[in-house]
Design a protein around this ligand. Structure first.
Ligand code: NDP
Length: 323
């Protein structure tokens, strides 16, 4: 079968299309015919060797995908051959077939296409934890969403609106801000607007924003502290700038700010919390309150271009690769 292989770490063009054997599911595993792979910023960092966990080469990237269960390993119950599922594995999805542990499968709401199902798990579970579990957002409260037209940003806007929150969206172009408004953002501001800090504070009533989903990092992290309301909560989810940030604890003390880290991979280990989130999100998808935003879609052979476009900030919604 065709698969993307990475033999040395580096920029997206280290990825090669190769012929590899079809993988066999071991005990407790299932083989899935991959319909669509959702590409995350984490995949780009993983190929570059800059992710939170060490990338071992050679390997096939791709952590989030949807497809049809094609074969069951020994001892697998509760999953049917022919069923559409979404999966979050560590890697291996950029291929015709992928093998994952059956315990990690995520049920797909029935009204989603394969591409929408592949756009769902990472962004929506992360948004859920950022806004609700860790962020403790409540109805009527303001939240700041950065990179608002991206995969996580679009999920966060929709979910925040479904929770009755008010959204301030930051993004790098007018087109991206228009998408954020279409999805329900109340206020949109260009992320390079010279008056952005004051505009964000004013939009939230003058005192700053009570909840911030921080994904850019670097010197923008300091700005997030400046945009936060007294006692504000800043949820650190990403570092798209790939720059170091400075944090002076005394500044948190002075304004009673809380900075909380969020890494979905470790949160997903809590199976009960994951199932609770899955149920809540499935309800919102079923009622049409949230709809995964499928972005540009590429064939497997163009995987390097897909990764580069994500890195170059050319994409909106979830980048999808269809093997
Ligand atoms: P997106 O689809 O949001 O694409 C990344 C976006 O980041 C770009 O479109 C761009 O939006 C913005 N960005 C800002 N600064 C830069 C920069 N210097 N270089 C490149 N992009 C930049 O990707 P994802 O939804 O996959 O991820 C968004 C962020 O959330 C990432 O930081 C990612 O690592 C993080 N994340 C973390 C998770 C976790 O478990 N902690 C889970 C999921 C995502 P614009 O042009 O509008 O600035």
């Amino acid at each position: 079968m065709k698969a993307i292989r990475v033999e040395r770490l580096g920029p997206p063009d280290v990825m090669e299309l190769q012929d590899v054997p079809v993988p066999t599911p071991g005990p407790g595993e299932v083989r899935i015919e991959v319909e669509a792979v959702g590409i995350n910023f984490a995949d780009v960092l993983s190929v570059a060797g800059e992710y939170l966990t060490r990338t071992r080469v050679p390997y096939t990237p791709g952590m989030e995908f949807a497809g049809i269960v094609e074969s069951l390993g020994e001892g697998v119950t509760g999953v049917q051959v022919g069923q559409r599922v979404a999966a979050l594995g560590g890697s291996g999805a950029l291929a015709r077939y992928s093998v994952v542990n059956a315990a990690g499968l995520i049920p797909v709401p029935e009204n989603l296409s394969g591409a929408q199902a592949a756009a769902f798990p990472v962004s929506y579970f992360t948004a859920y934890h950022g806004l609700k579990t860790l962020g403790r957002g409540v109805e009527g409260e303001w939240v700041l969403v950065q990179a608002a037209a991206g995969a996580l940003g679009t999920a966060s806007i929709q979910l925040a609106r479904a929770m009755g929150m008010h959204v301030i969206a930051l993004a790098s172009t007018d087109e991206k801000l228009a998408l954020a408004r279409d999805l329900g953002a109340d206020v949109t501001i260009l992320q390079d607007d010279p008056d952005r800090v004051q505009k964000v504070r004013d939009a939230a009533g003058g005192k700053g924003v009570p909840l911030i989903l921080e994904v850019v990092g670097g010197k923008r992290f300091q700005e997030s502290l400046d945009m936060a309301a007294p006692q504000g909560r800043i949820i650190v989810i990403g570092n798209a700038s790939r720059e170091q940030a400075n944090l002076r604890p005394v500044e948190l003390m002075k304004r009673n700010l809380t900075v909380t880290g969020l890494w979905l991979t470790s949160l997903m280990n809590d199976r009960a919390a994951t199932m609770q989130a899955a149920q809540a999100l499935a309800g919102l998808v079923g009622s049409g309150q949230v709809t995964p935003q499928v972005g540009p879609t590429y064939p497997l052979a163009d995987s390097a271009r897909a990764f580069q476009d994500l890195l170059d900030r050319k994409t909106t919604g979830k980048v999808i690769i269809e093997p």
